[in-house]
Design a protein around this ligand. Structure first.
Ligand code: F6R
Length: 607
């Protein structure tokens, strides 16, 4: 989704900003632009297309030590040069880059037009540049405050003004913004990834906060009265190399292969062999609080929702608490009943997904308790929640989520274990699961080691016009996630179904051109699952079955993908890993840009 980068210091700003923008490319974008303030005043270059193309097309002497840049993901108006950010006022003295959506932009555009302003783009953002330019305030902070007072909506934004060349003013409301501290130079960005090579000393703005950034430092302000909020920067514990693909041909591949290590990270220090339980200090819930939970509702979007379904299953199975998952994007629109004894669990890699954030706010506004399973430390959702479990997967760059999802599952397993052990889950079962979790990272490695055997299967699936992913109970969210990954990066139509539901409709679609990927673990449903495979085989539907060694598929003529067994409750995550590999190799076979699938963004910060 849209990205913001800014620089102010002694260096030429444009190359620093452009390099930062390339670090945000994976988030998805369709246009890019940069503005610099130098001896020739404000200069802007922007166009539809890649950052690389913008860099090549940059005008000569595009110099200045203050600069802001943007990668745009079209919301208001198509991806054109005119709609790319930065947006400027009529005199080209103000430049604004903006993430988020202004809800009242149509009304503001009409007012500006009536006042004689000639708008040059279709965007909501452009109004901000005009509003800043038209403010009577005598400071840039005052002008930005006046503009913000007129707009309704979400924003992360950065503003420069030719009359105030020593500063960038930034503001946040619902769209992330960080300020990075260098040595007599400062950075701003919508994502740490853009600036982590330069600094790891950062301040994360809160919603409803502004900041003035100069080469010498920054100060945070309340927009209402421009009084100081006094935020200081702190060191974040990240390794800049974690943002590089290294020798890997894509981030997705790197991140899939990291899973054995990142899985260890989420479990580290949280398992208790002796009592067969987990310790999750960040939840901030004692045994009494945990026992008081009567119901669990998981909220997440996309793949996080599907893993949330796996998590709800784990909680219900281990803790015997009714639990389910719901798409966070739908939740608040049905005016949900929030129950005081329900534990709401928001699950998100980025911690910035607006739909999930708004669902958390809905819960908390109505007095509910919401904890987070979040990867990005200090992100909006993490801060909004009452407590939570950090996922420790490290930075995830590829749009298609892999290692973060695996750690979400493990986070749910820890939560289920802790909820279970303050209830009726026996110590023996607790220890069985702790041992299972300890075995998992090595088993994930074992599945990944079988990658070569999957390449041909994936290529075959990539040729299909349409395919099914099926599973039952524990296997159904696995199938949903498998279909999601497959369609995201291969662009093939893939639909997930409960195996049991096939004969109630979709069986009509099965023919030799429609393959089915079936999830068939060795469990109490194996026989029923195999029976369904026979129904597919009888209609000449090609079959790929992700299964366990012990499962006898009979004569269905399927291509088997065998994964190691863990405890039945934990098996779903091992059954998911081959589906990541299938999607990856199908997309690679089709020659797609795996890390940047079309139309998708890494973190969806607009509704
Ligand atoms: C799928 C994918 C998306 C995200 C979803 C939620 O591979 O990446 O479906 O899972 O957009 O994102 P987060 O987890 O950042 O809230």
């Amino acid at each position: 989704m849209c990205g913001i980068v800014g620089y102010i210091g002694r260096q030429d700003a444009a190359p620093v900003v452009l390099e930062g923008l390339t670090r945000l490319e994976h988030r998805g974008y369709d246009s890019a632009g940069v503005a610099v303030l130098g001896s020739r005043g404000l200069r802007v270059a922007k166009q539809a297309g890649r950052v690389r193309d913008l860099t090549d097309a940059l005008p000569r002497r595009f110099a200045g030590t203050t600069g802001i840049g943007h990668t745009r993901w079209a919301t208001h108006g198509p991806a054109t040069d005119a709609n790319a950010h930065p947006h400027t006022d009529e005199l080209e003295r103000v430049a604004v880059v903006h993430n988020g959506i202004l809800d009242n932009s149509a009304a503001l555009r009409a007012e500006l037009t009536a006042a004689g302003v000639e708008l040059t783009s279709d965007t909501d953002t452009e109004v901000l540049a005009h509003l800043v330019a038209r403010s009577d305030a005598d400071t840039l902070e005052g002008k930005v405050r006046d503009a913000l007072a007129a707009v309704v909506g979400t924003y992360g934004l950065a503003v420069v003004h030719a009359d105030f060349p020593d500063r960038i003013v930034v503001a946040r409301n619902g769209s992330p913004l960080v300020v990075g501290v260098g040595d007599k130079e400062m950075y701003v960005a919508s994502d740490l990834a853009a600036i982590v090579r330069h600094t790891t000393t950062v301040a994360v703005l809160d919603d409803g906060e502004m900041a003035t950034v100069t080469a010498a430092g920054f100060s945070t302000l309340r927009p209402s009265d421009l009084s100081a909020t006094g935020k200081t920067a702190s060191q974040v514990d990240v390794d800049a190399s974690a943002y590089d693909a290294g020798e890997h041909e894509s981030y997705m591949r790197k991140e899939m292969l990291e899973q054995p290590t990142t899985a260890q990270a989420v479990l580290r220090g949280r398992l208790d062999d002796r009592f067969g339980t987990a310790h999750l200090g960040g939840l901030d819930m004692d045994a009494r609080d945990l026992r008081a939970v009567r119901r669990v509702k998981v909220l997440g979007c996309g793949s996080a929702y599907y893993v949330g379904q796996m998590g709800a299953g784990l909680i219900e199975e281990l803790a015997r608490i009714p639990a389910d998952a719901e798409a966070a994007s739908e939740f608040r629109y049905r005016d949900p009943v929030i129950e005081p004894d329900t534990l709401y669990v928001a699950v998100s890699q980025s911690g910035e997904t607006i739909d999930t954030l708004l669902a958390v706010q809905e819960v908390r506004r109505k007095g509910g308790r919401c904890v987070g399973l979040v990867n990005v430390v200090g992100s909006a959702i993490a801060r909004e929640c009452d407590g939570g479990i950090y996922l420790h997967a490290g930075p995830e760059v590829a749009v298609a989520s892999t290692k973060a999802l695996t750690n979400m599952f493990l986070g749910f397993a820890l939560l289920a274990l802790q909820l279970g052990r303050v209830r009726d889950l026996s110590i023996a079962d607790g220890r069985r699961l702790v041992a299972g979790l300890e075995r998992l990272p090595a088993q994930i490695e074992e599945v990944l080691a079988g990658e070569d055997d999957l390449v041909e299967v994936a290529r075959g699936l990539a040729e299909a016009r349409s395919l099914f992913f099926i599973g039952r109970v524990r296997g159904f969210p696995v199938a949903r996630e498998g279909a999601q990954k497959f369609k995201e990066i291969s662009y093939c139509h893939a639909e997930a179904y409960q195996t049991s539901e096939l004969k109630h409709g979709p069986l009509a679609l099965i023919d030799p051109d429609v393959p089915t990927v079936a999830v068939v673990p060795h469990d109490e449903l194996t026989e029923r699952n195999v029976a369904a495979l026979h129904e597919i085989a009888a209609r000449q539907g090609p079959l790929v079955v992700v299964t366990h060694e012990e499962v006898d598929l009979g004569e269905v003529g399927a291509r088997r993908i065998v994964v190691p067994r863990n405890e039945p409750e934990l098996d779903p995550i091992l059954l998911t890993i081959p589906l990541q590999l299938l999607a990856y190799h199908a997309a690679q076979h089709l020659g797609h840009d795996i890390d940047k699938p079309r139309n998708l963004a890494k973190s969806v910060t607009v509704e």
